[in-house]
Design a protein around this ligand. Structure first.
Ligand SMILES: [Cu+2]
Length: 144
């Protein structure tokens, strides 16, 4: 007999009722679904720039608290853009916002406002996100 066989087993199997196994499996699937919805799903309202005339600056206020509100911003193509981020969320996660397609990033002071001025854009979708790409929003630029 080897020493391993004489020692107490480090673990043993405890039989569980099938109902418990099914419940645990369903709970796991539910949590996975919730996680996918949270990170990949589209949620949050759509906001629009304040009404502006031709060629005028489009200004949008985005509140940062747990996420971006609005998370989807509708803008007009061919007019310069000013995004004003108002950060109320103390989490370091949202201390920076990045617009990768435009190679722009901005530090957001807590309880303050920070402006990001963008040139007139071509129609399209321009995502933006926090420094860790966990909190996300999108600029939706449309020609009207
Ligand atoms: Cu983050």
């Amino acid at each position: 007999m080897s020493p391993m066989e004489m020692a107490d087993p480090a673990w043993r199997t405890i039989a569980q009722p099938v109902a418990v196994k099914v419940l645990v499996a369903l709970a796991g699937v539910g949590l996975i679904a919730l996680e996918l919805w949270w990170f990949l799903g589209r949620h949050g309202e759509t906001g629009s720039a304040a009404a502006t005339g031709d060629g005028a600056l489009q200004t949008v206020l985005i509140t940062v608290e747990g996420g971006y509100a609005p998370a989807r911003v509708r803008l007009r193509a061919g007019q310069p853009i000013r995004l004003v981020f108002h950060r109320l969320d103390p989490s370091a996660c949202v201390a920076k916002v990045i617009v990768p397609d435009l190679q722009r990033s901005l530090d957001l002071p807590l309880n303050g406002e920070a402006r990001l001025d963008l040139p007139a854009l071509a129609p399209g979708r321009y995502p933006f996100h926090c420094g860790m790409n966990m909190v996300r929003g999108e600029l939706e630029v449309v020609s009207e």
